[in-house]
Design a protein around this ligand. Structure first.
Ligand SMILES: [Zn+2]
Length: 351
């Protein structure tokens, strides 16, 4: 009997330890674009809403620099529970005018992914003088491509290999400019429009970059570092009530995702999307997957989740988001998202 209790308590300790470790092996990256009252709603938060977010983070989360979080996860070092990273894409001037003063007040580190060829070239962009000043006040700068092109766009009669070389050259050029201007090269790359395919992310990884995308989800040591998810926090996603759940979320440990290439050559009819679930702190039957707000039908075969995704007919960006409650941590959810990208019938990519 004593032996039974020893084994029993050992098992319980292991489960609790692993749940505890996972929560410490986890972070959430927020993604902003504009902080302004006069820019497109879908990519903007007002300065008031931005302040509300920052205040909420001060009360409930630990804000850390992107580099510190990435290095901790890569080296499997623990992070404070509920760690959050603040990022911006595109390098708009209103970040300097409206966000930077608030971030400075809260003493938060943050990262801006910029297009070096656009910096200082138009009045709505940051200029290098502002960039350098912000860099002395807890901002770091990373690569968002030379000019914010749709990277999946191919030239007429361009081979896949030539497309990949041209695209990687664009990324390398932007990184070189950043290194010259800033004196450092993080090799962190945020895909413009969050669009990538399997070939590009593998090449990016092979060249030593970390990729950042725009599908939602938390990150952990077991995440795909060639396309890390971030939670957009603008427009309809800026509501603090819905954002709270995302800020508390944890990365779902999944493997063997099929289909694993997010680029769709043309529209797809109803199909099965599958992945294997490795987390033990969740019940597979509690996983819910959504596509455009619609709950999708699913079935489970051992550890494999089979999701019936709806036809993808409209060109643009699509996502399947799957969540499941943690069995060990109250009110916390595991999150996994798979993006799909489709061009128009003419092969164009929509903004
Ligand atoms: Zn962008």
């Amino acid at each position: 009997m004593k032996k039974f209790w020893n084994i029993f308590s050992f098992t319980i300790t292991c489960v609790l330890l692993s749940i505890n470790t996972w929560a410490k092996d986890n972070a959430v990256i927020l993604l902003y674009h504009h902080v302004s009252n006069s820019t497109p709603n879908v990519t903007s938060v007002s300065p008031d809403t931005f302040r509300e977010h920052m205040q909420y983070l001060a009360e409930h989360h630990k804000v850390l620099p992107l580099k510190q979080v990435i290095e901790a996860l890569q080296n499997k070092q623990p992070l404070p529970d509920k760690t959050v990273v603040i990022t911006f894409d595109d390098g708009y001037g209103n970040i300097y005018d409206n966000a930077h003063p608030i971030l400075k007040e809260f003493d938060y580190p943050y990262t801006i992914f910029v297009n070096p060829s656009l910096i200082g070239s138009v009045d709505y962009q940051l200029n290098w003088q502002q960039v350098k000043l912000m860099a002395t006040e807890k901002a770091s700068f990373a690569n968002h491509g030379k000019q914010h092109n749709h990277l999946l766009s191919k030239n007429a009669n361009e081979s896949k290999q030539n497309w990949l070389s041209r695209t990687m050259q664009d990324i390398e050029d932007a990184e070189k400019t950043l290194e010259q201007k800033m004196g450092y090269s993080l090799k962190y790359f945020a895909y413009p429009y969050g669009e990538f395919n399997k070939q590009l992310k593998l090449q990016l990884s092979a060249e030593g970059y970390i990729g950042f995308a725009q599908h939602s989800g938390a990150i952990a040591s077991y995440s795909d570092f060639s396309a890390l998810p971030r939670f957009p926090a603008a427009g309809i996603y800026s509501n603090i009530e819905t954002l709270k759940v995302k800020l508390d979320s944890m990365a779902m440990l999944v493997t063997d995702v099929i289909p694993d290439d997010p680029e769709l050559e043309s529209s797809v009819q109803e199909q099965i999307f599958t992945f294997n679930i490795k987390s033990v702190d969740l019940l597979p039957q509690k996983i819910n997957c959504f596509q455009n707000g619609t709950l999708l039908n699913k079935s489970i075969k051992q550890n494999t989740i089979l999701v019936n995704i709806q036809p993808i007919i409209k060109p643009g960006r699509h996502r399947v988001n799957c969540t499941a409650p943690s069995t060990g941590k109250k009110d916390r959810y595991y999150w996994f998202s798979q993006p799909f990208f489709m061009p128009t019938a003419q092969g164009k990519w929509l903004d």
